[in-house]
Structure formats: structure tokens, C-alpha cells
Design a protein around this ligand. Structure first.
Ligand code: ZN
Length: 160
């Protein structure tokens, strides 16, 4: 769960706890992290970066900075939260159309491709490890659609 906070309020809270830190530097780092966030820069693991955490650490997501799976009442800059729900998911309806890419559930939630299981059939297919971004999305979409079926079928399978 996130606690939305404005940049000005966060700077106040942070400086109260860390009186020796430089306000200017802190603001520059927050703005830089927010800029990265808004242009679609992700953590090395593929998730959205955590602005508040990235202000005082190398830019990364909440999990990579803290080692915890989900935030429990942590601050996040409000403008970065508008696009995410309390589980950290993003919905296609709230995304900038220029940034939409990848796979979404029927309800419009973004799916992390790393969470989609890869059937053994894919391991002998030329399309696996394809450098083509679109190939990758189509394969993942097919895998996701069949996530609950016992036998995986694929119309574009091509043996290596
Ligand atoms: Zn990460």
C-alpha cells in the first residue's frame, strides 16, 4: 500500500528525518527519478521505479531497493501513483497511449512477462529468443491465453 505524497511534503518529511541532507540535491534527484518514470524507464528487473526510494538510492523499484515484495504504507510521489492501483498494477485505461506495450489481462491490467510460464514446446522453436519484440509479445500472449489448459498449442511453432 502506498501513501501518496506531494514532492514538497515529501521533501519536508525527509529533511526532518535527515536534517543533514541538502534540499536542493534531494529535489533534483526526485525530479530526475520522476522524469525517468514518466519516460518509461524501468528498474533493471522490469518494474516501475520507486521515486521516493530512488531519491536516496540508485534508481530502482520498491522490491529491488527494499528486498520486500509489496510496499506497506510507504510514501510515493502522488503523480507517479495516478497510474497504479494499490497493488502496484497499472491499468491500460490509465496509461499514456504512447507508453502502452506488452500484455494485459481482460480487465486491462498489465502482465509482467516474467510471470508467464514457458511451455517446453517453446524451447525447440525458432521464435523463442527471437530478437523481434513483436514476436515476443505474441508468444507471451498465446502462453497467457492457454495458462489454464493442460496441453499447449501453437499455430506459429517452427522447429529449430
Ligand atoms: Zn526492480
Amino acid at each position: 500500500m502506498w501513501i501518496p505524497i506531494t514532492i514538497d511534503d515529501y521533501v519536508k518529511v525527509h529533511l526532518k528525518k535527515n536534517p543533514n541532507e541538502n534540499e536542493k540535491v534531494l529535489r533534483v534527484r526526485i525530479e530526475a527519478a520522476l522524469d525517468d518514470y514518466n519516460t518509461g524507464v524501468k528498474c533493471q528487473c522490469g518494474k516501475d521505479i520507486w521515486i521516493v526510494g530512488s531519491a536516496t538510492a540508485p534508481f530502482a523499484c520498491f522490491s529491488c531497493i527494499t528486498g520486500k515484495a509489496h510496499p506497506q504504507a510507504e510514501y510515493e510521489i502522488d503523480s507517479a501513483l495516478e497510474k497504479r492501483d494499490k497493488y502496484g498494477r497499472r491499468n491500460i485505461d490509465e496509461m499514456d497511449p504512447g507508453q502502452i506495450g506488452g500484455i494485459f489481462t481482460d480487465e486491462g491490467y498489465e502482465i509482467d512477462p516474467d510471470t508467464i510460464k514457458k511451455p517446453s514446446l517453446c524451447l525447440t522453436c525458432v521464435r523463442d529468443n527471437s530478437q523481434d519484440w513483436e514476436d515476443d509479445v505474441l508468444c507471451n500472449l498465446n502462453r497467457y491465453d492457454q495458462r489454464n489448459s493442460k496441453k499447449f498449442k501453437c499455430g506459429s511453432y517452427e522447429k529449430i
